[in-house]
Ligand binder design. Sequence first.
Ligand SMILES: Cc1cc2nc3c(=O)[nH]c(=O)nc-3n(C[C@H](O)[C@H](O)[C@H](O)COP(=O)(O)OP(=O)(O)OC[C@H]3O[C@@H](n4cnc5c(N)ncnc54)[C@H](O)[C@@H]3O)c2cc1C
Length: 472
Amino acid sequence: MSDFLPEARALLGEANVLTVDLAAYATDWRGKFTGVPLAVLRPADTAQVAATVKLCAIHGVAIVPQGGNTGMCGGATPDGSGQQVVLSLSRLNRVRNIDPLNNTMTVEAGCVLQTLQELATEHDRLFPLSLGAEGSCQIGGNIATNAGGVQVLRYGNTRDLVLGLEVVLADGQVLNLLRALRKDNTGYDLKHLFIGSEGTLGIVTAAVLKLFPAPHASAVAFAAFQTPQQALQLLGLMRGALGDRFTAFELMSDASLGLVRQYFPATPALFAETHPWHVLMQATDPGADDGAQVALDTSFQAALEQALETGVIDDVVVATSVAQAEELWAVRENISEAQQHDGHNIKHDIAVPVSSVAAFIEEVQPLLHAAYTGVRPVVYGHLGDGNLHFNVSRPPGWSTPDWQGESDRVNAIVLDVVARLQGSFSAEHGLGQLKKHEMALYKTPLEIEVMRRVKQALDPQGLMNPGKLLPV
Ligand SMILES: Cc1cc2nc3c(=O)[nH]c(=O)nc-3n(C[C@H](O)[C@H](O)[C@H](O)COP(=O)(O)OP(=O)(O)OC[C@H]3O[C@@H](n4cnc5c(N)ncnc54)[C@H](O)[C@@H]3O)c2cc1C
């Protein structure tokens, strides 16, 4: 072990083996987990990642891969032993190829998501993965967490956007699966093992990503109504009217909006009255002529008018400019940060079948109110995918440590309802350190055992992001 750091310096250069000022790498985005890295290693390319992983394998040093460090579950944070290295992928930020005819781009893991979205736009294409952290999260982190975001309704999760992958295995070999094919039934599709594996099976170094026609016409609206059931009626109505052009359907409780108004005072007041629930909706069309925009607006407005006339919604604001559409989106995007300012809350990132979302909310809220007087559920998320961020803020009078101490009880209330509705206790954020314990409660022993066998086969030394994803 004493030779490890000198050998790492010889391999990567002094400047890329950091041992001081590591705070930014040692704590997760939410500030919930802090570790003590032995060092932060910053390889420049796949060959250097492979050589670094080999070196770690020889010295028995555990590796915590880190992208933009925006993950919600402490997956990119080392433990407190001072024996694990953080492997930062930030320097692997090259675009290897863009093929507009094949509608693909081949990019390295450290590319920032927003940069890739912009690159696609430059080629009159869309890379549809879109989430609040897109200015700093990296595509390798998105792939490792199988990130979701706000356009899953139309384009799917990250898993659906990846055609090929390059992965450095735990022994330092490079597994080249960088195929840009839409059809390839040649045995097990190995890339899917690594997508969503949170760095526990290998290091993603590059990927072939799917591109789509760029949307040229767009319609955005913010609607207000009384019950989650009405949100489902609205979803059915809008999808019926717009089909595949309907791309986003984001639910927000009034409590979520209240936090945004409190911490982002410039947020515009959208409605004269308060309403318990809201959704932000978007439809897009690739058609570049005026006719496409007019046709989209006509279908969008007609569906909204029908929703108003039939009492599905109480009120609606339709964006009349790109700037106003951005203003409406900012309301949704600022919820995470507003919650961050508001202090500790017990977070859940759950999924149930879309048809059960209203039942979930209607069942779980009374249970929480019965258990904790004045408790404040802050509910928002990707309703079109059946995925809610159901975060429970502390009741008045509770201290942060006391509320933290209630996590297990609150989790049990929320997640038992999720389980009864055949849902998932982690829809898009993954497990990391935060939610791995729930595996033992909500997955079958056989499912966990099969995962352990995969882990053992690919990482027999247990050096790839140990202590994450799988329960102890
Ligand atoms: C404001 C905000 C909004 C968000 N909204 C969403 C959302 O809508 N949907 C959603 O799904 N997530 C969301 N997230 C969570 C987060 O942005 C995603 O999980 C994102 O995919 C993480 O990317 P990252 O590069 O920051 O990864 P990191 O946080 O650095 O790492 C996440 C995990 O991936 C592993 N990892 C990172 N890079 C690699 C690699 N190259 N190879 C192998 N393993 C790797 C890490 O070890 C860790 O386990 C949000 C976060 C914030 C802060």
